[in-house]
Design a protein around this ligand. Structure first.
Ligand SMILES: [Fe+2]
Length: 323
């Protein structure tokens, strides 16, 4: 299959997800993958970790392979309230297209390119890098639900307990062995049937306290409401996670309890299966995400990569700062 022109876009094809038409599927053509890896085959992952400007070179290389159309498409789609989410995959990741780049390294470089086409990633305090890789195995003794296989990870937004803005989230499947279940769960805020009930509540805009367990390496509390200020009237933006909000009175506790229960019972939530090498790119405040439980298997092994970051206009860069 050769994918070429598609609504003015070059080197990738787009269509709506069969289950939910808000989610856009982007398929990079073989030529795009080949041309991208040709341009970056001199760089290894370590050099991209050590030299932040290389990440932009990598992003530009991918964009050039699409005749500079991919960045516009991704930004438009992620910022558009009616869509706001992309499932990105490659037509093929055959060795012959990777120009000597190892499959895992290719995936890291591909998500690095995507994150730098839509903005700048935040430092991930769990990994100390601009991205984090983490595994889900059959057994887990950690201090949050992130790696626990046999329970559903409830719907939430990312970045609730850090000071940095988190405009978008990238979740990429790196590796999957003996996996059944564990689909990504997605719910657009506007598809939440109880939205009005909780958005019109007196506590909707009240500052709440947010904290995190020690593994997150964040040593402070943040304060913000569940519903952030609207940038466009009538488009509520959420910042919520059940594990890390710390209610300080009965009224807050019961509001959050009811809100969490409503989200978990929402029938408009849908499952997305992510294949190795594919990734979800979502607007963090108009979408909630979670993960379904896995079927037990003693050799269950799944590795994900995540990046979280801001649109360029929210980087906070100030020309007048003397640094
Ligand atoms: Fe998350």
């Amino acid at each position: 299959m050769e994918i070429s022109l598609n609504k003015g876009y070059v080197g990738f094809e787009t269509c709506s997800h069969p289950t939910n038409e808000r989610l856009q599927i982007v398929t990079l053509s073989k030529n795009t993958v080949n041309s991208f890896t040709e341009k970056i085959s001199n760089f290894d992952v370590q050099s991209v970790e050590y030299k932040p400007f290389l990440r932009f070179f990598v992003a530009n290389s991918l964009n050039q392979a699409t005749e500079n159309t991919l960045d516009n498409y991704l930004l438009k789609t992620i910022k558009d309230r009616s869509t706001g989410a992309v499932l990105l995959k490659c037509e093929s990741m055959d060795d012959s297209l990777l120009n000597g780049i190892d499959f895992i390294d290719f995936n890291i470089l591909l998500s690095t390119a995507i994150s730098h086409l839509i903005g700048v990633p935040n430092l991930d305090s769990m990994s100390g890098k601009f991205y984090a890789r983490f595994s889900v195995k059959n057994k887990d003794n950690s201090d949050s639900y992130l790696r626990q296989a046999h329970r559903r990870m409830e719907l939430h937004n990312d970045g609730t307990y850090v000071k940095e803005l988190t405009d978008w989230v990238i979740m990429q499947k790196m590796l999957e062995e003996n996996v059944e279940g564990g689909d990504s769960l997605l719910l657009h805020v506007d598809d939440w049937q109880d939205l009005d009930k909780f958005y019109q509540h007196p506590l909707a805009k009240e500052n709440l306290q947010w904290g995190s367990p020690t593994s997150k390496n964040v040593g402070y509390k943040t304060y913000h409401p569940v519903f952030l200020d609207e940038q466009v009237r009538g488009e509520p933006r959420m910042s919520f996670i059940d594990q890390f909000v710390e209610p300080l009175n009965m009224e807050q506790g019961l509001y959050l309890y009811e809100l969490g229960k409503s989200l978990e019972n929402e029938t408009n939530t849908f499952n997305v299966k992510l294949l190795e090498g594919s990734m979800l790119i979502i607007n963090n405040h108009s979408w909630l995400h979670g993960r379904d439980k896995f079927i037990a298997h003693k050799n269950l092994n799944r590795e994900l990569l995540r990046q979280r970051g801001v649109f360029v206009e929210n980087t906070g860069y100030d020309n007048n700062n003397n640094v």
